[in-house]
Design a protein around this ligand. Structure first.
Ligand SMILES: CC(C)(COP(=O)(O)OP(=O)(O)OC[C@H]1O[C@@H](n2cnc3c(N)ncnc32)[C@H](O)[C@@H]1OP(=O)(O)O)[C@@H](O)C(=O)NCCC(=O)NCCS
Length: 198
């Protein structure tokens, strides 16, 4: 299967992400376009979406999966990212290295298990490696079993586990992957990338 991926510039991409997140009832706090723009405006980022045909209408192609990754720096000013860097100090080396954060992403239910998220992940890793990033980080929770299983298959390693004081299902799990040329060579999805414009 060949995956069709669209890469978006900031303003249009933020609107597309806001729109696709409406399909995900399982996320309690959906990101707004404004929040996305604010987070990504002054840093390197990649907004990707996979498109695929509707099951009952092969002529109509719709967005089915998305992924947003961005740079995270040792001296972050943005409070949430500063907190992330602080929590991972000692587990991840930020100083003198380019670190990518895999911020948000998901696949619509009817298109899960078809490789769309692997294709987006591999595309983001290829982009990041070419842009000089050394490592990609991601944060999830114990109870996000689909995501944990997927990150396992994508060969992310746990770098930190943060127990929740009351409910272990809410405990945070931080994972990372070194972006070596071997990682990029091992990619297996066949992808076509189209660049969308504002
Ligand atoms: C996690 C998620 C993005 C996976 O998307 P997807 O498009 O179905 O993933 P893919 O089909 O590309 O699968 C990638 C790999 O993960 C594996 N995988 C997918 N879902 C899995 C699951 N539930 N359990 C175990 N492995 C799984 C696939 O088998 C595949 O492995 P392979 O390529 O080695 O065969 C999707 O299930 C989702 O959106 N879940 C909700 C998101 C979520 O929980 N977010 C919480 C915030 S972190």
């Amino acid at each position: 299967m060949e995956y069709l991926i669209k890469q978006y510039p900031l303003d249009r991409g933020a609107l597309e992400i806001q729109y696709i997140e409406e399909f995900f009832g399982e996320f309690p706090r959906k990101k707004t376009a404004q929040e996305i723009i604010q987070r990504l405006r002054d840093r390197e980022f990649l907004i990707l979406m996979a498109e695929a045909p509707l099951p009952d209408d092969a002529g109509t192609v719709v967005p089915v999966s998305y992924k947003v990754v961005h740079e995270v720096r040792a001296g972050e000013a943005e409070p949430k990212l500063r907190d992330l860097v602080e929590r991972l100090r000692g587990c991840v080396q930020f100083d003198g290295r380019k670190i990518l954060y895999s911020w948000i992403g998901a696949t619509r239910r009817d298109w899960r298990g078809q490789g769309h998220f692997r294709a987006l992940t591999e595309e983001s890793e290829a982009w990041a490696h070419a842009a000089g990033f050394h490592e990609v980080l991601v944060k999830t929770k114990n109870r996000f079993y689909d995501m944990r299983g997927t990150l396992d298959q994508l060969e992310f390693d746990v770098v930190k586990y943060e127990p929740h004081p009351v409910d272990n299902r809410e405990s945070k799990v931080y994972l990372s992957k070194r972006l070596t040329s071997d990682v990029v060579r091992a990619h297996r999805s066949l992808r076509t990338v189209i660049y969308a414009y504002d």
